[in-house]
Design a protein around this ligand. Structure first.
Ligand SMILES: NC(=O)c1ccc[n+]([C@@H]2O[C@H](COP(=O)([O-])OP(=O)(O)OC[C@H]3O[C@@H](n4cnc5c(N)ncnc54)[C@H](OP(=O)(O)O)[C@@H]3O)[C@@H](O)[C@H]2O)c1
Length: 345
């Protein structure tokens, strides 16, 4: 495994040779939050307008082509059958990475893998089955992969859903919590031995702008029947995943890990179509395409400069604030409680 600095030298020169337009180290500097974004986030509404396709168009103007060669990378992505996961998988396959997709149903494997191979011309695409809301399935998935002992360079925790009404898994866990927070937590820890084998392991957690509305309160992560709201449970779990992202980035820095979260803005995916039909009807003109929403996932996985920064929340390839509202900032004690709590399951 390499440090971030060493990796920068290596990935920068690798990209230099593959694209004559990008020739300097400066081209691979860690991205910073722009002055506009700082102001937009402070005023909240302009920050939220950035979630729409207008934000994407505004930000896109300053982007560079992703040039790093991905053919030696093995990327695992959850929730790859539809929406953002599918778009990210397509792009990463086109960039030449070897992909392992995690899907919920065995019957989805062949059509999905065939489709990705056809659109990308990349034959290195395989899939594994797991219902990620079940801790038993997460455990057997990580056991299977660890037995294969194939290094993982990038883990993309993308699978998710807004669950209404409240459901419990057959393991008696509230499903939003199980799928959106406990599952990526357990999957990442289970796959850490394989990530450790990479020169620069990257972990990308897909969160949501919805988290801005919620403060971490560990006792309220599993919402009881009487109080349950799918969107609140969803936002709390995503807030939790953001804090886990920051904790891992800090704890695993010396080991060369790059751990970031991203939120896609508002994208017109099957997830939004099924779970938020009224929101979709009202905002349809402003929603991003799934490709636009997925762009930052691909960039965090593949771009050289994305490997220079860890522990951040990204929107459109740029680090953004993790709190829009002061009253949603948790205490340090609560942050520590979160990791203890997740370790108990
Ligand atoms: N679209 C947006 O505007 C938006 C905004 C903020 C955050 N996000 C986040 O982006 C991620 C992708 O969402 P999306 O909008 O692309 O929705 P989507 O089209 O519904 O995709 C979600 C994927 O997750 C998979 N999944 C759901 N539950 C699962 C389970 N129990 N086990 C295994 N896989 C499961 C689905 O599998 P199946 O194919 O089997 O259903 C599907 O492939 C989610 O984490 C979501 O919270 C999306």
């Amino acid at each position: 495994m390499m440090t971030l600095e060493n990796h920068f030298e290596r990935s920068g020169s690798m990209s230099d040779s593959s694209d004559q337009l990008v020739t300097t180290k400066e081209a691979f500097c860690a991205p910073e939050m722009s002055r506009y974004s700082k102001i937009a986030d402070r005023w909240i509404l302009p920050g939220i307008i950035d979630f729409t396709r207008f934000g994407y168009w505004r930000n896109k103007k300053r982007w560079k082509k992703i040039t790093g060669n991905q053919s030696n990378k093995h990327i695992l992505i959850t929730g790859a059958r539809t929406g953002l996961g599918l778009c990210a998988a397509k792009e990463l396959a086109k960039l030449g990475a070897e992909l392992t997709l995690v899907v919920r149903k065995a019957e989805d494997i062949t059509p999905l893998v065939d489709k990705l191979k056809t659109v990308s011309g990349n034959k290195n695409v395989t899939a594994e089955v797991a219902d990620l809301s079940l801790i038993g399935d997460v455990k057997s998935l990580t056991d299977r992969l660890v037995r294969k002992n194939k290094k993982i360079d990038v883990l993309i925790n993308n699978a998710g859903a807004l669950i209404n009404p409240r459901l419990e898994t057959k393991e008696n866990l509230e499903q939003s919590f199980a799928l959106l927070l406990l599952s990526p937590y357990r999957l990442t820890l289970g796959l850490k031995p394989l990530l450790n084998q990479s020169e620069q392991p990257r972990i990308i957690n897909v969160v949501s702008g919805g988290m801005y509305t919620q403060k971490l309160c560990v006792n309220e992560l599993i919402m009881p029947k009487e109080k349950y709201s799918g969107s609140v449970a969803y936002a709390r779990a995503k807030r939790g995943l953001m804090i886990v992202t920051e904790s891992w980035a800090d704890a695993w820095k010396e080991d060369g890990f790059v751990v970031n979260a991203m939120h896609p803005g508002w994208a017109d995916t099957p997830g939004v179509q099924n779970s938020l039909p009224t929101f979709r009807k009202i905002t349809k003109q402003f929603l991003r395409t799934p490709e636009q929403g997925a762009d930052t996932i691909v960039w965090l996985a593949a771009a050289s400069e994305a490997g220079r920064i860890s522990g951040k929340l990204f929107l459109d390839r740029e680090p953004r604030t993790t709190y829009l509202i002061k009253s949603t900032v948790e205490t340090k004690k609560e942050r520590l409680r979160l990791l203890d709590f997740l370790d108990k399951f």
